[in-house]
Design a protein around this ligand. Structure first.
Ligand SMILES: *[C@@H]1O[C@H](CO)[C@@H](O)[C@H](O)[C@H]1NC(C)=O
Ligand SMILES: *[C@@H]1O[C@H](CO)[C@@H](O)[C@H](O)[C@H]1NC(C)=O
Ligand SMILES: *[C@@H]1O[C@H](CO)[C@@H](O)[C@H](O)[C@H]1NC(C)=O
Ligand SMILES: *[C@@H]1O[C@H](CO)[C@@H](O)[C@H](O)[C@H]1NC(C)=O
Ligand SMILES: *[C@@H]1O[C@H](CO)[C@@H](O)[C@H](O)[C@H]1NC(C)=O
Ligand SMILES: *[C@@H]1O[C@H](CO)[C@@H](O)[C@H](O)[C@H]1NC(C)=O
Ligand SMILES: *[C@@H]1O[C@H](CO)[C@@H](O)[C@H](O)[C@H]1NC(C)=O
Ligand SMILES: *[C@@H]1O[C@H](CO)[C@@H](O)[C@H](O)[C@H]1NC(C)=O
Length: 518
């Protein structure tokens, strides 16, 4: 999120700076921090899916209606959020590099708290496991003890779903299960919950804590206790409002959702690659199971919250990115569409009343926000471009927005990005490795518009070539919240020019100073 006051000629109220000065002294005791990450959970709040525990949190905390991930892929998004730096700054667009070894020894959120005398714990999926967190979830830098992974995580993709058609155990996408018949007689999120609750009950330390609990669902496979299906009957499930490719969409924007079609139950539908659409029956089935998996996690969060003292704890609930459930003809993440980038974000903190924030914010804003809310007094500078210092912020604290009773300042926006290997969708278009990336889609979301440019990208020098333009997208959310109609070849010329300049000034050092002339 950025404050920028040059665009809207309407009254600009400079309360941001004022509020920030007032609240600096407000928190003296150091608060506990509870981070809840829900893997691949999109912003479901407007979809009539009963998530009573999330709603409960939202009604007492601050709910952000327009929060965005920096990239719709787990590892880049999580490393970006946890270091407070954009994927371009940690140079991670795939799963295969660890920032401390490749780009800079940057401080993470949990590490900051650990170094300020907190006990820090990771339970479940917080860092993306594997190379991008050095196969240790960034232990020991980020955590006081070795991160906990539930033992049943190893059956993640195992053929444990009883298929109704073949009567066999398969690796299905849609996978409601009887928990007691599963290997290990449990599921990863149930085990993580037990571990986290036990930790909160038995912890014996005078230090405050930062506890990060990462739930694995509703990430695919959609494997969850089958009783949740009954809570959302299939005849209550609606299809997406816009199930087809947007008008005028540049082909580079499309991705073939390979991991969805590879699952046993989807594979046998023979959906043509790469542009074929999901049959309606399965669209509804997948949506039903995604919602059921989200309701399952909602229940677990209800249990977890019973052990949290809200008078002493800052709670953040979010996700690493959104998920397309058939909107625009797409599934999964891997794109710059609204549904793939928008995340739920709820923050509650002692002394902060309920509020709604209706302007775009970014997941890189979490780091400065948490530092401010925790009561740790530190003057941490804003990062300059490609800043190599181990601690600086690319995002902005959200506390002024959380306390504001009216909109703060002119133009506030969020920036995201997604790489592609080629213009035409191919097998690796969903998740290209760095060495295969030749195109980057940069996307800017203001309160009203989403504007995206797909441009040339050099995977060795990391230089952006704005002259190699593979596609432009402009969606006007006041008229078209589904992003069904790309307005690029229509009359919005001033808007396009303005958003293009703003976007370039934020992502490319060559344009760093150009917004001054807007
Ligand atoms: C990285 O930072 C950590 C914590 O500040 C420090 O302990 C470590 O020595 C640093 N590593 C390098 C290679 O500078
Ligand atoms: C990452 O892991 C490798 C192999 O264990 C180790 O050599 C390297 O020092 C680790 N990097 C950091 C920054 O700790
Ligand atoms: C907590 O730890 C302290 C010091 O390690 C010990 O004296 C005390 O008995 C412990 N309390 C409980 C309830 O385990
Ligand atoms: C998919 O293709 C296989 C092999 O060609 C065929 O046996 C099967 O009936 C097809 N399924 C559907 C749903 O079209
Ligand atoms: C929260 O989750 C629990 C189960 O953990 C459930 O019983 C309860 O109805 C949910 N809703 C609220 C508002 O607590
Ligand atoms: C980078 O992209 C080019 C194509 O522009 C490709 O040939 C090359 O192998 C890629 N990888 C690296 C590490 O340069
Ligand atoms: C990418 O940048 C490197 C280093 O500047 C250069 O040698 C290479 O030719 C560039 N690759 C392309 C495809 O432009
Ligand atoms: C941007 O402006 C600053 C200060 O005026 C200057 O130091 C810097 O070199 C400029 N950057 C570019 C890329 O022109």
């Amino acid at each position: 999120m950025h404050y920028k006051c040059t665009y809207h000629p309407i009254i600009i109220i400079f309360v941001a700076v004022f509020i920030r000065n007032v609240i600096t002294k407000a928190y003296v005791t150091r608060q506990n921090v509870l981070l809840i990450f829900i893997d691949d959970l999109r912003h479901l709040v407007d979809e009539n899916v009963p998530l009573p525990n999330l709603s409960n949190m939202a009604s007492s905390g601050v709910i952000f209606k327009q929060a965005y991930a920096q990239q719709a892929l787990c590892a880049p998004s999580r490393n970006s959020m946890l270091t407070g730096r954009r994927p371009d700054s940690i140079r991670l667009y795939d799963f295969y590099s660890y920032w401390r070894d490749t780009i800079g020894n940057y401080t993470t959120i949990p590490q900051f708290f650990k170094e300020n005398d907190y006990d820090t714990y990771s339970v479940g999926k917080i860092f993306h496991p594997g190379q991008s967190s050095n196969f240790t979830d960034d232990y020991p830098y980020s955590w006081s003890q070795y991160p906990y992974h539930p033992p049943t995580e190893k059956y993640k993709d195992a053929p444990v779903c009883k298929d109704k058609v073949t009567k066999k155990w398969q690796s299905n996408l849609v996978c409601p299960v009887t928990v007691m018949k599963q290997p290990g007689k449990s599921l990863p999120d149930l085990q993580s919950l037990d571990y986290a609750v036990n930790l909160l009950k038995t912890r014996n330390s005078s230090k405050p804590y930062l506890l990060a609990v990462g739930f694995y669902k509703p990430h695919i496979p959609l494997k969850f206790p089958k009783q949740y299906l009954e809570k959302i009957p299939i005849d209550k499930v609606k299809p997406p409002k816009m199930a087809f490719m947007p008008k005028q969409m540049p082909i580079v924007s499309w991705h073939p959702w390979t991991d969805v079609r590879q699952r046993d139950d989807i594979k046998r539908l023979n959906i043509s690659f790469p542009m074929g659409l999901m049959p309606q029956e399965w669209t509804l089935k997948i949506r039903q199971s995604y919602y059921a998996a989200a309701m399952y996690v909602d229940d677990l969060i209800g249990v977890l919250m019973q052990y949290v003292d809200l008078r002493k704890t800052v709670v953040v609930l979010t996700s690493d990115h959104g998920w397309s459930l058939g909107e625009n003809g797409l599934w999964a993440k891997y794109s710059n569409f609204e549904v793939a980038l928008r995340v739920p974000l709820i923050i509650s903190a002692p002394g902060l009343p309920h509020n709604k924030v209706n302007v775009p914010v970014e997941l890189i804003d979490l780091f400065p926000t948490l530092v401010e809310l925790s009561g740790i007094q530190k003057d941490i500078p804003e990062c300059t471009h490609q800043d190599k210092s181990i601690l600086c912020f690319e995002g902005k604290s959200l506390v002024p927005l959380m306390k504001a009773t009216q909109n703060i300042c002119g133009e506030i926006f969020a920036i995201s990005q997604y790489p592609r290997p080629r213009v035409c969708p191919q097998k690796n278009s969903d998740k290209p490795r760095l060495k295969d990336i030749t195109i980057m889609g940069y996307s800017i979301r203001t309160k009203r518009y989403r504007y995206t440019e797909w441009v040339g990208f050099n995977n060795t020098s990391f230089i952006i070539n704005w002259n190699i333009l593979h596609g432009i997208e402009l969606y006007d959310h006041t008229m078209d919240p589904e992003e069904s109609n790309n307005l690029v070849s229509t009359k919005y010329n001033n808007i396009k020019r303005y958003l293009s300049k703003l976007l370039r000034s934020r992502v490319d050092p060559q344009y760093l100073n150009s917004t001054k002339q807007i």
